[in-house]
Ligand binder design. Sequence first.
Ligand SMILES: [Ca+2]
Ligand SMILES: [Ca+2]
Ligand SMILES: [Ca+2]
Length: 297
Amino acid sequence: MVRKVAVLALAVLIVGAWVTTAPAYENCNDLGYFALQVPSPTAITVDGEAGDWGWFDPDFIVTTDDMCNTLQGTMPPKSDIDIAIRMGWTPEPDNRLYAMVVVVDDTMNFDETVMDNGWKDDGLEIILDPDHAGGWHEAADALRTGHQQWTFEHSAPGGYPQTAWLRFNQPPEMQWAIEAGLVEAATNVEPASAAGMTIAPDVTVGYEVRMPAWDPYMPEGEAASTRWILQAGQTLGMSVILDEADAGGRTDQIATHKLELGAHDSDMTSEFTLLAIGEYATAVESSSWGKVKALLH
Ligand SMILES: [Ca+2]
Ligand SMILES: [Ca+2]
Ligand SMILES: [Ca+2]
């Protein structure tokens, strides 16, 4: 607790304008998270493998230690689940979010066959409120125009039908960005022998995502929606969640926000600030971002 107070106090000193003008969102680490500008977007292959993410400054990787278990206060041991999240972004003209999430799990579980029930499995969720305006207090199955729940799972025969899905209980027309290939996602399961299975022991699952952000995101499609323009220094309302099930249903939900409500209440999301290449690659200790970075772990 003492450390968290110190972190907050120093963060206010360093980035005073950012902290004091933002409402108190629900960052599990009480500080906020960071997405790093992808230096060579054409070098990223969306295949679930992290070999093309070697450029990512490891100090900005979000791990289990930086997250909250929203189903029960205690975090499962790393022998049960261990998480590493790398979030990236690009300015125009590419203007997309990138995510590489690696989960080491003692039991992989992707046996749900109904897409909207996928939360009962293992899986990745990216909750997005790009304009970070807050004020969205809707039910989980409300039309997700201003606060979207993008979800990603490993798909195998007899199990989960497809990798990406907008939840929860949305009308079919809300899946347009996935059907059009605008939201790209892939998973990679190791050992490879487990990739065709729905339940397997001791696996590493890689989730890789590349997608635009929209706010609002409308059921009428792309022309009716507003593509969000990502810019350095911007803070998005965004949470990253890993559902954890080892068989017989979900046991843990490990998130960058504090309360499960963050999945459908935009005042309860966590925050990701977009750092440009020069802001993280040269984040020496004496710079503002260098000091924030030093506080992260
Ligand atoms: Ca890759
Ligand atoms: Ca597990
Ligand atoms: Ca699991």
